[in-house]
Design a protein around this ligand. Structure first.
Ligand SMILES: Nc1ncnc2c1ncn2[C@@H]1O[C@H](COP(=O)(O)OP(=O)(O)OP(=O)(O)O)[C@@H](O)[C@H]1O
Length: 398
């Protein structure tokens, strides 16, 4: 269906009805806020799961007096959003609009710059992707998915600001002032228990949200968890370059090695795997281990790796004996949680949100020893309210 012509005009009218919390000038015609529908509300296969009409589009259609369909297919919705965005993507030179202050980070797909809007003085993070290395569709997909996920507080908010220059594609996101988790996790030094739990609680919610929309992140790692303060009271997930819908076939080793689940590590070069949320859950388990210990549990989740081999034997035993040495840094409760997040069979892996069940319990073994030393707990798991008090967690743990 052609939506050219009156789309921009209707969209501008729609924008009057929407707020723009960052006060940044939007690219005219780009969708502002979009939401995907909840995939869990339907028993139909993911391709036909219903999608809530985006707020912008809803208003745009209403402004044009069009009929408002109730449901739409997830994959189709993203395609259409990408198409509209592509058509309306402004061409401009970065320096015309922004003062570049410094580089915030760089990765496989581009650079992220701290920039300031020349007229408004608003600071934001601009992700630049060089055209010579980035397909237009790749850029559009990442931007549109990021925009869809902005509805949830657990994800970096993506602004309705995207453009192309002769050499780059670019889009803007809110600035995470404290960098990413790599900045605070040091080699061999885990974070304090309260901090690990704050990250766990917020990331589990974010993953639950995106998995509920049938989206799989595929790149959960320390670098992609952005911080708004150094105590991890507010953390957000970013980088949706690899994010795809559930059921998409993926090839071997497309994730970062230590975070990749065994089912992906086992794939031969010519084979593919149907993408499933359990892949993120595994990476989330590895990330939590890193937060607690300051190191990875293995180099690669394959039998050639002795640390993974030992972990696999522990996982496979019907009556779990003593955990392998690295896992003894954690309490029995946390070990049980890890066994569930890192279940070898992806079909039996627990959902990420299950982590919430373990928040009231002590996670780090050394912490428990300290508590034992103080004569408080005698090796038992503490009561929920006591654990909350001891770890400075509010009722919502954040
Ligand atoms: N909104 C932001 N605020 C502050 N820093 C950011 C922001 N977005 C990204 N960064 C920094 O830039 C780094 C790279 O960003 P990003 O992960 O989006 O790039 P990438 O090229 O997709 O990386 P990768 O190779 O991991 O896929 C992040 O690890 C983080 O340190």
């Amino acid at each position: 269906m052609d939506r050219g012509g009156d789309w921009g005009q209707a969209h501008r009218r729609a924008q009057l009805l929407l707020c723009n919390p960052c006060g940044v000038r939007e690219a005219p015609g780009l969708p502002t806020r979009v939401t995907l529908g909840d995939a869990r509300s339907s028993r139909r296969p993911w391709r036909h799961r219903p999608v809530t009409m985006s707020t912008t589009e809803h208003w745009a259609r209403a402004a044009r007096g069009m009929e408002l369909p109730e449901v739409e297919d997830n994959a189709e919705f993203l395609e259409r959003l990408m198409e509209v965005t592509s058509r309306r993507l402004p061409q401009l030179e970065l320096q015309d609009q922004y003062n570049i202050i410094k580089e915030l980070g760089s990765g496989t797909y581009g650079n992220v710059l701290l920039a300031e809007h020349r007229e408004r003085g608003t600071a934001l993070a601009l992700k630049l992707m060089p055209k010579e290395r980035t397909e237009r569709r790749e850029f559009l997909r990442e931007y549109c998915i990021a925009l869809c996920l902005s509805a949830h507080a657990g994800f970096l908010r993506t602004l309705p600001v995207a453009f192309e220059s002769p050499t780059h594609f670019a889009f803007a996101q809110e600035l995470a002032p404290a960098g990413d988790l790599c900045a605070i996790v040091h080699d061999g030094e885990g974070l304090p228990e309260a901090q690990v739990k704050r990250c766990a609680a917020q990331l589990a919610e974010a993953l639950d949200f995106m998995h509920g929309k049938a989206l799989v992140h595929r790149d959960i790692k320390l670098d992609n968890v952005l911080l708004f303060d150094c105590e991890c009271r507010r953390v957000k997930l970013g980088d949706f370059g690899l994010t795809r819908l559930e059921g998409t076939p993926v090839c071997a080793m497309s994730g970062t090695l230590p975070y990749a689940p065994p089912e992906l590590c086992l794939l031969e070069a010519s084979e593919t795997l149907e993408l499933d949320a359990s892949l993120d859950v595994w990476a989330f388990g590895v990330l939590l281990f890193c937060l607690g210990t300051g190191c990875f549990p293995w180099d690669v989740a394959a039998s050639a790796d002795p640390q993974f081999e030992e972990f696999g034997a522990w996982q496979n035993s019907t009556v779990p004996g003593e955990a392998p040495a690295p896992w003894r840094a954690f309490s029995a409760a946390a070990q049980e949680m890890f066994r569930r997040l890192l279940t070898l069979d992806p079909n039996r892996r627990s959902p990420a949100i299950e982590v919430h069940k373990y928040l009231p319990l002590v996670w780090l073994a050394s912490r428990r020893r300290e508590l034992d030393g103080a004569g408080g707990l005698g090796g038992q798991w503490p009561s929920q309210s006591l654990a909350r008090e001891q770890h400075g967690l509010g009722p919502d743990f954040v």
